[in-house]
Every structure is written in structure tokens, then in C-alpha cells.
Design a protein around this ligand. Structure first.
Ligand SMILES: Nc1ncnc2c1ncn2[C@@H]1O[C@H](COP(=O)(O)OP(=O)(O)OP(=O)(O)O)[C@@H](O)[C@H]1O
Ligand SMILES: Cc1ncc(COP(=O)(O)O)c(N)n1
Length: 278
């Protein structure tokens, strides 16, 4: 059976993040990838050189075309840029046949470029997050959404609880930005009371462009293929660990991760690098 997944996100001309990272990840994980582009970015490993958002109507036309023809099992959102696009996406998801929704609340690119307008944060919180099966903020995004300072694992847990209160069924607070920690640890929490810490050795590399997109795309692909949320979260952590650990060394800035690595290294050897604690 062919499983169909969809990404609603921005285009990264450099190919390491956004729509391009998502489709590469879907392909590697054996699900058929479809997309709705929200914005075009002129981007490479050195930064974002320009952003051209689409209007809500153009985004709705893409989601209507895909939902009107395919049975989409899981959808992820990435860069949404404006409140107008967020509202268009929320409306089309409400009308669709309830695909599992992964919301990666992308706000700021590594080099500092704004990928979400300040005034759109409220629409993201009120209109999209309540529809999500899982949201995957990094620490700065979780801080913006909750208004909390996050420094420790217990802060991540408090923020996670506050994010669950915003209506998502589960949350993964990603710990990639806690660079003073020896391990890269992400906290998974859901409304049924499950909690786990997905942890891996922290790899010392500058090539981490698109880690967040790739992680959430892998999560979406595993959900599209029918895995449970906790299993999909663990699979996504294995996928990103392999992708970071086997870097490609391309571009002169923050290079992309290696979307081939999970299968090249083999899912099983990536397995040893991950620990899961409840
Ligand atoms: N240096 C690293 N070594 C191992 N895993 C990492 C590293 N950096 C990030 N990760 C993992 O990558 C995934 C994405 O986390 P991160 O917090 O970096 O997301 P993000 O901020 O959305 O991505 P980006 O920094 O690219 O915008 C998480 O599973 C995190 O643990
Ligand atoms: C089009 C686009 N979308 C998202 C990101 C953030 O990337 P990430 O947080 O995965 O590094 C990006 N740089 N460009």
C-alpha cells in the first residue's frame, strides 16, 4: 500500500531545509511526498537572501488540489510566514479527512532571518496548534509560544505541559539548542500522560541546516506509514541522528544534513546511538 504524506512549507533553494528537506525525507522513508509551497526563499548554507511569500489563496489552491485527489495520511507544516497563510492552512485541514498533523512552528532561520511574522504567532497558537497531533518546537520557539525561559530539562517539561494546554495531542520540545549539554535530548509528552526523553550523542559539526525540518518530516513519514506517535518520534530521532552524524561537507556555511544516511548507515546502527528514557 502506498502511503501519502504532505508538507506545507517554504522552499529552500539550497535544498537542506524546507520543502526540499521534507520531500527527500519522505522519499527515503518510503512514503509518497506531496507539497504546498507557502513562500519561496533564496537561501544557501550562508543564509537567507530573500523571502517571497504566497497569498492564502495560492496555498489553498495547492492543498485543495492535493486533498481533492489523494488520501493523505499525514501532513506537516513548516515555514508558514503570515497569519493569512496560517488561516488558509487551518481551514483546509479542517475540511480535509483528518490527516495526522505535525506542526513544526518554524520562526527564525539559523542566520536570524524571520520565517514567521511576529503578528502571526497568535494565529499559529490559536488556529493551528489545536489541530495538531504533535508539535515540535525548538527551545527558542517553545519560549516564544509559552513566554517561559527554558534552561533545564525541568523547564522543558513545564513548557511542554503549557504547550499541551494549547490543544495539541502531543509535544516534542527539541533540545538541539542546549549546546552546553553533552547529549542532544528531546522531551516527548502527550495528553495520555506518556513522557519520554529521546537522547543521542551530540555531534560537533556546523552542518546542522535543516535539522528541525528533517526531524519533523521523518516524524510525519512514520505517522503516514501507520506508526504510533511514540514510535514515530523515536524513529525520527534515529533518522536525524544518522543524517547529522554522516555529514556531506557541502556549502561553505552551515551545511545540510545527509538525507541518505539513515539507509546508508542502516537504521540498526543508528539505533545504538539513541537512548529512550521514560
Ligand atoms: N549537534 C547535534 N547532534 C545531535 N543531534 C542534534 C544536534 N543538533 C540538533 N540535534 C537534534 O536535531 C533535532 C532538531 O533539533 P533542533 O533543536 O536543532 O531543531 P531546530 O532548531 O528546529 O533546527 P535548526 O537549528 O536547524 O533550526 C533534534 O532531534 C535534536 O536533538
Ligand atoms: C524554507 C525554510 N524552512 C525552514 C527553515 C528552518 O530550518 P530548520 O529549522 O529545519 O533548520 C529554513 N531555513 N528555510
Amino acid at each position: 500500500m502506498t502511503h501519502v504524506a504532505m508538507t506545507i512549507a517554504g522552499s529552500d533553494s539550497g535544498g537542506g531545509a524546507g520543502i526540499q528537506a521534507d520531500l527527500k525525507t519522505f522519499q527515503e522513508l518510503g512514503v509518497f511526498g506531496t507539497s504546498a509551497i507557502t513562500a519561496v526563499t533564496a537561501q544557501n548554507t550562508l543564509g537567507v537572501h530573500g523571502v517571497w511569500p504566497l497569498g492564502g489563496e495560492a496555498v489553498t489552491a495547492q492543498t485543495d488540489a492535493v486533498f481533492g485527489d489523494f488520501e493523505v495520511s499525514a501532513v506537516k507544516t513548516g515555514m508558514l510566514f503570515s497569519a493569512e497563510i496560517i488561516r488558509a492552512v487551518a481551514r483546509s485541514l479542517e475540511e480535509a479527512d483528518r490527516p495526522a498533523l505535525v506542526v513544526d512552528p518554524v520562526m527564525i532561520a539559523k542566520g536570524g532571518a524571520n520565517l514567521l511574522q511576529q503578528e502571526a504567532v497568535d494565529a499559529l497558537a490559536k488556529e493551528l496548534i489545536p489541530l495538531a497531533a504533535v508539535i515540535t518546537p525548538n527551545i527558542p520557539e517553545a519560549e516564544v509560544l509559552t513566554g517561559m525561559d527554558i534552561r533545564s530539562e525541568s523547564d522543558m517539561e513545564k513548557a511542554g505541559r503549557s504547550l499541551l494546554g494549547m490543544g495539541a495531542r502531543a509535544v516534542i520540545v527539541k533540545g538541539g539548542h542546549r549546546t552546553d549539554e553533552r547529549r542532544a535530548s528531546d522531551l516527548y509528552m502527550d495528553r495520555d500522560g506518556s513522557r519520554m526523553v529521546l537522547s543521542s550523542e551530540r555531534i560537533h559539526t556546523k552542518d546542522t541546516h535543516g535539522t528541525g525540518c528533517t526531524f519533523s518530516a521523518a516524524l510525519t513519514a512514520f505517522l503516514a506509514a501507520g506508526q504510533t506517535l511514540p514510535d514515530a518520534a523515536e524513529g525520527a530521532k534515529r533518522f536525524i541522528q544518522a543524517a547529522i552524524s554522516d555529514g556531506l561537507g557541502i556549502g561553505s556555511g552551515h551545511g545540510p544534513t545527509n538525507h541518505w544516511a539513515y539507509h546508508r548507515i542502516g537504521g540498526m546502527s543508528a539505533k545504538g546511538a539513541i537512548t529512550v528514557e521514560s
